[in-house]
Design a protein around this ligand. Structure first.
Ligand code: GLU
Length: 362
């Protein structure tokens, strides 16, 4: 069973007249709860801020002007979170919810990427369901075309998910438009995205969402490159069934959706994206401090290998440990590390933590 999953829910699913019926939040919260009970950590990416803003202000149409859509998102985002909070509070075992707002540029560079990862994993440890959306007042990429599809792929990258589930109004990617073409067939498994690109169409004209298959396939490209497999499925498909069947070697034929298989693991993809510049080996005390969430300092450094500068990504090892502890952004360059290892003083400017942020989990 997958351990860490991101589930993206489109705007059209979250309206009372949508395909999930009048209580879509409750229905989806129950799915997340079931996965949670089975030991799967779920992070949600929820669209629907603009839709909630529209419902609250009784607007029959989505405004054409971008700034008005942004304003509606600002009105709707707290309402959207209230809906989720109420749905998760009504479960037999209630779950607390947490909001995070991101834009793609927030997670383009390692420091902010790892900061976001750390915060989301801390929420996971607290047992809270993290629910994200694009920060629509400062970014408009998803309002314009995406309905959070690509954002969800980046969130999956940040949490280091095994799988991204994109819940939508159709049960997967079809070879044509099934509403107009009776010969259109669902594609169960995609290895090469280029081979299916021509199947993807734009969003329907109901005005609640702005995605469509095209942005979902684009999201699948971003996610699979980052080592995250992707399932596109109808919002009614039970999450646990999808998680069970979304194993390329198990039962893709039984999967009620389309599975895009990632060609490499999230850890391999991360290394390829941001190559490691060197390696720091720490004393056991330094390693234990980091694992306990405390800072390690230069006094815990045993050796420094490679050519790296302050802020570069390095591998962290601990004396006597069989494998690396993880990756970190080093607060010191190689020259400073060697100076400290040689017993030379670096002066007061260099007495801070050895690493600025880290990724211990893999
Ligand atoms: N961030 C937007 C929202 O939650 C995306 C969906 C849209 O543009 O309709 O409302």
């Amino acid at each position: 069973m997958r351990r860490r999953v991101v589930v993206k829910v489109g705007s059209a699913l979250l309206t009372p007249q949508g395909p999930l019926g009048p209580r879509p939040f409750e229905r989806l919260a129950a799915q997340v709860h079931a996965a949670h009970e089975a030991g799967v950590s779920v992070t949600l990416v929820s669209s629907g801020a603009i839709a909630q803003g529209r419902l609250a202000l009784h607007l029959a149409e989505r405004p054409a002007e971008l700034s008005a859509a942004q304003a509606l998102a600002a009105v709707g985002q707290p309402l959207l979170m209230r809906r989720w909070a109420e749905a998760f509070a009504a479960l037999p075992r209630p779950l607390p919810v947490a909001q995070f707002l991101l834009t793609r540029s927030d997670v383009e560079e390692p420091l902010r990427f790892f900061n976001a990862r750390r915060a989301l994993r801390a929420l996971e440890r607290l047992g809270a369901v993290a629910i994200g959306n694009e920060n629509d007042t400062v970014a408009t990429e998803e309002i314009k075309i995406g309905d959070n599809d690509t954002l969800a792929a980046h969130v999956a990258r940040v949490v280091g998910a095994d799988l991204l589930v994109i819940y939508t109004q159709v049960d997967g990617l079809y070879t044509g438009n099934p509403e107009r073409d009776s010969s259109a067939r669902r594609v169960p498994l995609v290895g090469d995205i280029a081979a299916v690109e021509s199947f993807a169409g734009e969003a329907g004209g109901d005005g609640w969402g702005v995605g469509g298959m095209r942005t979902k396939v684009e999201a699948a490209r971003v996610a699979t490159r980052a080592g995250v497999s992707v399932v596109i499925a109808h919002g009614r498909a039970p999450l646990l069934d999808l998680l069970h069947n979304a194993e390329p070697l198990r039962a893709p034929a039984a999967l009620d959706g389309t599975l895009f298989v990632a060609p490499l693991s999230p850890a391999e993809a991360l290394k390829a994206r941001w190559p490691l510049s060197g390696r720091l080996t720490l004393t056991q005390e330094g390693g234990a401090r980091l694992c306990a969430g405390e800072a390690a300092s230069l006094a815990h450094l045993l050796s420094a290998d490679g050519e790296f500068a302050r802020g570069d990504l390095v591998e962290l090892c601990v004396e006597g440990a069989p494998g690396p502890l993880g990756r970190a952004l080093t607060a010191y360059g190689r020259a400073e590390c060697l100076r400290a290892l040689g017993g030379l003083s670096l002066g007061g400017a260099f007495d801070g933590p050895l690493v600025e942020t880290r990724d211990w989990a893999r």
